[in-house]
Design a protein. Structure first.
Length: 222
């Protein structure tokens, strides 16, 4: 069982939070969420940051609202949602980020760019741009889509990375056609009888037909 902190704005992502919360509880994780003590965006910042520090994994859900900005003890005028994200980074917590897909339909009243909040949407836009650079970031469109993505991400080891694409090995350079000894003659493949096992075959594959050393060896064998 892992202790997980679930962070997001509330009123715009309520159904999404519920889907994630339910999924994580079914996985028998200990989930810390604002619903446990107050179902509103104006939650106490000190309590939230203490809960972030007490967790093992931080999960951040982000749509198009920047969120509530406490007036007291907040010189940088950050929202609680952004405070939680940065506190998790400061404490070296594992951070799993989930962004609402840019193309997903969304109610205009739940978008800062429409309501004028968060500097007319500029704060959430800047934060989303930063979140795009996270190592572990996924995108969602529906509550079920999000819950499934969260369950997969939680099940992966912390250092999990997508496997690199297969690399086709290049053939080694078999010979140098600019060699002075081969300038006049070119190359001749060395064929072996089918009955000779590979382990008994001479090495060399391709050789220069005008190599004096090879011609001398051939005469001595006759």
């Amino acid at each position: 069982m892992v202790r997980i902190y679930l962070s997001s704005t509330y009123s715009d992502l309520q159904d999404y939070r519920e889907a994630v919360y339910r999924t994580l509880r079914k996985m028998r994780h200990d989930v810390i969420a604002m619903e446990d003590y107050v179902a509103a965006d104006e939650r106490p910042a000190d309590k939230c940051l203490a809960d972030v520090r007490a967790c093992e994994i931080y999960i951040g859900l982000f749509a198009w609202r920047y969120g509530y900005i406490p007036a007291a003890a907040n010189p940088e005028q950050r929202s609680i949602t952004e405070m939680e994200y940065r506190e998790a980074g400061k404490q070296n917590k594992r951070r799993l980020i989930f962004l609402l897909d840019d193309k997903a339909p969304w109610p205009p009243p739940l978008m800062d760019v429409v309501t004028g909040e968060g500097d007319n949407g500029e704060r959430i836009k800047a934060l989303r741009n930063e979140l795009h650079q996270e190592k572990l970031v996924s995108f969602f469109t529906t509550p079920d889509d999000l819950a499934n993505a969260v369950s997969i991400a939680i099940s992966q080891p912390e250092d999990h990375q997508p496997p690199p694409p297969p690399v086709t090995p290049s053939l080694p350079q078999l010979a140098d056609r600019t060699s002075p000894r081969c300038a006049a003659g070119g190359y001749r493949s060395q064929n072996y009888p089918r009955g000779i096992p590979p382990s008994s075959r001479p090495r060399g594959g391709l050789h220069c037909s005008h190599d004096p050393a090879r011609r001398s060896d051939a005469r001595n064998d006759e």
